[in-house]
Write a protein that binds this ligand. Sequence first.
Ligand SMILES: Cc1cc2nc3c(=O)[nH]c(=O)nc-3n(C[C@H](O)[C@H](O)[C@H](O)COP(=O)(O)OP(=O)(O)OC[C@H]3O[C@@H](n4cnc5c(N)ncnc54)[C@H](O)[C@@H]3O)c2cc1C
Length: 390
Amino acid sequence: MTVDSVSVDVVVVGLGALGSATAYQLAARGCSVVGLEQFALGHERGASHDSSRILRHSYHTPGYVRLTFDAYGDWADLEAAAGEALVTTVGGLDFFPPGAAIPPADYVESMSALAVPFEQLDTAQVRDRWPQFRLPDGTVTLYQERAAIVPAARATAAMQRLARRHGADLRDWCPATGLCDLADAGVEVMTPNGAIRARRVVLCTDAWANRLLGDLDATLPLTTTLEQVTYFAPPRPADFVPELMPLWIWMDDPSFYGFPCYGEQTVKAAEDCGGPAVDPDQRSFEPDAERLALLADFMAGFLPGSGAAVRSKTCLYTLTPDRDFALGAVPGHEAVLVGLGAAHGFKFAPTFGRLLADLATTGETGTDLSAFRLDRPALTEADVSLSWLV
Ligand SMILES: Cc1cc2nc3c(=O)[nH]c(=O)nc-3n(C[C@H](O)[C@H](O)[C@H](O)COP(=O)(O)OP(=O)(O)OC[C@H]3O[C@@H](n4cnc5c(N)ncnc54)[C@H](O)[C@@H]3O)c2cc1C
């Protein structure tokens, strides 16, 4: 069934962190918004569930470091709007072992360029301040005091609540099954309950992005991987509280990251980009024993007091070849916008929401998004080498 006129300003497809942030921002600006989610709100089949995500300034390019300032500001605005504390500052340690696959210079230069305060520490200095860690001699460590934890599922739910409070019509178990760009007549979004015509459509569908982009003949070279995080139970949890241990990232190949105790007496850790490529609708929810063993082996040497693994959870990464975001209009379809976080977007979710709302309402933002264009070479040229370790 088709509709013969525009019925809403914006349809947001996908209500994970990015889509929920966008629906909130648009509704708060007085737009009529319909948000579509194929599963239940708060489901655990995508990328925005579970307890914690890292928010940090330390990044490998000045462009990202600059954007992290927006992220911190947007999280503070979200906390104020939601009336809820969402950001837990714990400090962050970036560890670069000798011969690290990820060069510390990128981080040192990028943070220095934006005057982000940080400390560069050697192994002995780390041992004195954070005796929980065992590091190979010669490890370069960067400490940034503002690194923080944000709650994945709870923050996403807060943004959905705010979106509804401002009048957004969020519909779960309602997949967008097709997309048709009608130029001046708007964009038509097909659903099992009929079609919706909108001025703008924002796609925040992450692992499923190419399902609808295919309707516009605008698919992206994306890889979805099945990642898993594991919770370890330290015999002495008091040694792993945020006051005594920051969050951390091991900047090598394989790359690992982890958190102090957060809401429970466990420490969470995971490998970054270690999972197999999967189809989001065919993936398993069963943790992979081999990858658990790899992580547990690493933890036993690196954080020996972390104890035994008690549970693991799976989650999806959706990666561009250069691991930069996809943020902007679909080339040739200016009324259709995409927001894709390339498996490091949660910290920027409130910012994605604000920027996508800018683009959907005025067609422009005050932020340079050229690095994230959908027609950039990394997304349009063949045989682009993958650079996922950042
Ligand atoms: C294990 C793990 C750890 C991470 N750690 C960090 C971190 O520390 N810091 C950080 O910044 N980022 C981190 N990330 C990345 C971050 O979580 C993601 O970038 C972010 O959650 C992506 O949000 P999203 O809304 O785009 O995707 P999703 O949450 O997957 O949402 C997409 C939604 O679209 C829906 N959808 C798809 N197709 C349709 C359709 N046709 N109709 C209706 N609905 C549809 C899906 O059901 C889904 O709900 C991590 C990710 C994982 C998996």
